[in-house]
Design a protein. Structure first.
Length: 380
């Protein structure tokens, strides 16, 4: 207590002196327990393994990082150290190893969404091929948000990824600028850029072949407004959409001009596809003669409207999807499809990652597979 003249006595808290260990005398709150290492199991180090194996720490390090053969270390010693590492649950500290060797062993992949079957299949192929090269794969979705693309890539670079596969990005050149600054080898997949090698499907060929198949499997309806071949989905001025539209028009060039009102680019949102499908149906007074969906997501959204129609009406339209989905065979109406060559796309992407001479701005096209409904086809 301190006494101030003319005023009442006011209690003043006295802070406890800190001891040299840094403890300030306060008790730990239940929500903030003091950390203790008493019961924490001790992690084995390369020095422990070296002592157990009767060799040096540098020898153990060379064996565990795979460079032991160049160091002329015997196979018997390598086997003994590897066995001891397994018995003692030793794991290489990738972060520390990466700092020493200037390599992290990480490879990243950016995709627009996990919901789309095509991107899901691509990420699985990516993971298989990355593991086959001894790399640790990281897959990150940007949730179809273009603003997140560059930010996500910066985060991956901060985690020291060595390579990056950029899939379906709307700003590939901005991403390339970030990768170049950091010295990260990268490649675009699905949507190309000008500042890095790119690998895409042969979208024009696939759409043209699918459109020709739809024409061959359809019959002109009695009602003239419904004698239309329509395209639904995608984004205007996007590479994949424009290439598929070019193939669509190419196949119809000798049949009938494509009217602008028969092309509805509604993006990649299933609900937007449902609304666009409903609007098309209302405008035509029924289903068109043939309808090409630009992607599997568009088909998924359109089905929400189509499922309410009677079988007889659905049978009057020939449907096609530029994306493959095995469950489409369970629908009440036939859907012909284009199946993109996922393994081929990823193999070409890894050619660029492996440094096999693909140039910045070069676009490698991989031909997809036409899947006719009711005919079993081997995977591409």
């Amino acid at each position: 207590m301190r006494d101030f003249p003319g005023r009442c006595c006011v209690p003043v808290p006295v802070r406890p002196n800190r001891c040299r260990s840094g403890y300030d005398g306060r008790r730990a709150l239940p929500s903030q327990p003091l950390q203790s290492t008493v019961n924490r199991p001790r992690t084995s180090t390369i020095y422990d393994l070296a002592e157990l194996a009767g060799t040096s720490a540098s020898t153990v390090s060379a064996i565990l990082n795979g460079s032991w053969q160049s160091r002329r270390i015997s196979e018997e010693t390598a086997r003994r150290v590897q066995q001891l590492a397994q018995e003692h649950s030793f794991a290489v500290n990738r972060q520390a190893s990466g700092l020493r060797r200037q390599r992290s062993g990480l490879i990243g992949m950016v995709i627009p969404t996990h919901e789309d079957r095509f991107f899901g299949a691509l990420s699985q192929a990516f993971e298989r091929m990355a593991h086959a090269r001894g790399l640790c794969p990281l897959v990150v979705s940007t949730l179809r948000d273009g603003a997140l693309e560059v930010e996500t890539v910066r985060s991956l670079i901060a985690f020291r990824v060595e390579h990056l596969i950029v899939t379906g990005a709307t700003r590939p050149d901005a991403i390339s600028a970030e990768c170049r600054k950091a010295g990260v080898r990268h490649v675009n997949v699905d949507l190309p850029g000008k500042k890095a090698p790119s690998v895409t499907s042969d979208n024009r060929w696939g759409a043209a072949e699918l459109t020709r198949l739809l024409l061959a499997r359809s019959r002109p309806p009695a009602d003239a407004p419904q004698d239309a071949i329509c395209f639904l989905g995608g984004v205007r001025k996007e590479y994949a959409t424009e290439q598929r539209l070019a193939g669509f028009r190419e196949a119809l060039a000798s049949h009938t001009p494509v009217a602008d009102e028969h092309i509805l680019c509604c993006g990649y949102d299933p609900e937007a596809a449902r609304l666009a499908m409903a609007a098309l149906y209302q405008r035509l007074g029924g289903l068109p003669r043939a309808l090409l969906f630009s992607s599997g997501i568009t088909l998924q959204g359109a089905i929400r409207f189509l499922r309410a129609l009677p079988d007889a009406e659905l049978a009057q339209c020939s449907f096609g999807s530029y994306d493959w989905d095995p469950y489409a065979e369970c629908l009440r109406f036939p859907v012909h499809m284009v199946r993109q060559n996922v393994e081929g796309l990823m193999a070409e992407a890894f050619r660029a990652i492996d440094g096999e001479g693909l140039r910045a701005g070069q676009v490698v096209q991989v031909r997809p597979q036409l899947v006719e409904w009711g005919i079993l086809s081997p995977p591409p």
